[in-house]
Design a protein around this ligand. Structure first.
Ligand SMILES: [Zn+2]
Length: 391
């Protein structure tokens, strides 16, 4: 037997009494319980299931199947017993705010841009609305302002079931073809839509609608919004973040971007300076190794882009020259020779230090797991000695 839906006619019934109609085991410590009537909204139409308690047990999920609403509990309830249910008011109110805000913004968007709302989901991070049209930020902000004006007018959110005849004369939005009685939600000046969700009684109760993101999505657009209490929490978090960045940048409100641009410019100039200095230091260290046949040098702070040039410098007049640039998880390397095919030695190096690399006879480049210049030099010397003996 279908469950009586207490939330359909009056959305702010939070506590209720009912009788248990069915109780089924649904896994380890999980039971599905059906009642003759319930105020728990089941997940559907983009809106999450209500939370709360039933017979003192936390309601973990609520789903509808063939008109029967099933409550997920950690213990079974005996069929025929009367029970008391309490829906989490804060959670329901917030979901109703998000849902009503969605109606206002979707209705206006579809009317202004002659498009369809093709997706809606109340998620943990944000409420997402998908439209089969392209909207830029300017369009989105105009719609946001118009939607908030509907909120400030504080008009009623009406829910009703028109007769088939009335319905045929009523222009309304719907995501799918509907059969049977259709529940219509009407917000004057904003939306008329078929919907089975919960809503706040007047638009003023939505508080505000804030669009927090806009992205191209499946050939259309996805708007991420927050309404009411969630919009306020978001704005408080952003304002806190803004105060903190202002403190870190020593910048007044309204000048953060300018201060950050200046800081990034300074960082880039310093990076270039470090690269120049590291090359100068490398050249001096390379000079000190001039009498060695096999040379290994670590170039800390050197930009990876300078590695080839540095390796070429170190290789002047050497049998083999290995330049190492430490990274987070090992080091980049360039192994050069002006006199012989260096690839076998490169292979030996990669084998010894779990590396990967490749290149030409004159230069092999790649990455090694962490190794000291001394370890690398011992490995390289051994590899070249072996080649010498087999030649
Ligand atoms: Zn709705």
């Amino acid at each position: 037997m279908a469950t009586e839906r207490l939330f359909d006619k009056v959305p702010y019934v939070y506590t209720f009494s009912a009788v248990v109609c069915a109780s089924e085991e649904a896994g380890r410590n999980r039971f599905h319980v059906a009642l003759n009537r319930t105020a728990f909204y089941p997940e559907g139409g983009g809106q999450p299931a209500d939370r709360g308690t039933l017979a003192g047990l936390p309601v973990e999920d609520v789903q509808e199947k063939d008109g029967v609403i099933w409550h997920t509990l950690s213990a079974p309830l005996e069929v025929g017993t009367p029970v008391y249910g309490a829906v989490d008011e804060g959670c329901r109110w917030s979901n109703s705010q998000q849902h009503t805000g969605e109606h206002i913004l979707s209705g206006l968007t579809c009317a202004r841009h002659q498009c369809r709302n093709v997706g809606f989901h109340i998620g943990k991070e944000a409420v997402t609305l998908d439209f089969n049209t392209v909207l830029d930020w300017e369009d989105a902000l105009m719609l946001e302002e118009e939607a908030n004006r509907v909120i400030w007018r504080d008009v009623p959110v009406e829910c009703f079931w028109p007769s088939q005849e009335e319905l045929s004369r009523l222009p309304y939005r719907s995501k799918k073809e509907l059969t049977g009685p259709v529940r219509i939600v009407r917000i004057e000046g904003a939306d008329t839509c078929a919907c089975c969700g919960t809503h706040v009684p007047t638009t003023g109760c939505v508080g505000q609608i804030k669009i927090i993101d806009r992205m191209n999505y499946k050939g259309g657009v996805r708007l991420s919004i927050l309404c009411g209490d969630r919009a306020l929490a978001y704005e408080n978090a952003m304002a806190g973040e803004y105060r903190e960045t202002g403190r870190l940048l020593s910048a007044k409100a309204g000048t953060h971007a300018e201060a950050l641009r200046r800081l990034l410019g300074e960082r880039d100039a310093l990076k270039e300076q470090v690269a120049r200095l590291s090359m100068t230091l490398f050249q001096a260290q390379a000079m000190a190794l001039e009498s060695d046949e096999i040379r290994v040098l670590e170039a800390r702070e050197m930009a990876p882009a300078s590695l080839c040039r540095a390796a070429g410098l170190l290789a002047k007049g050497a049998r083999a020259a290995l330049t190492l640039v430490p990274t987070e998880n090992g080091c980049l390397f360039a192994l050069c020779s002006e006199t012989e095919d260096i690839r076998p030695a490169g292979k030996a190096l990669c084998a010894a230090f779990q590396g990967k690399g490749g290149g030409s006879a004159g230069m092999v480049q790649g990455h090694l797991s962490p190794c000291s210049p001394d370890e690398a030099k011992r490995c390289l010397t051994a590899a070249l000695a072996m080649e010498g003996s087999t030649r």
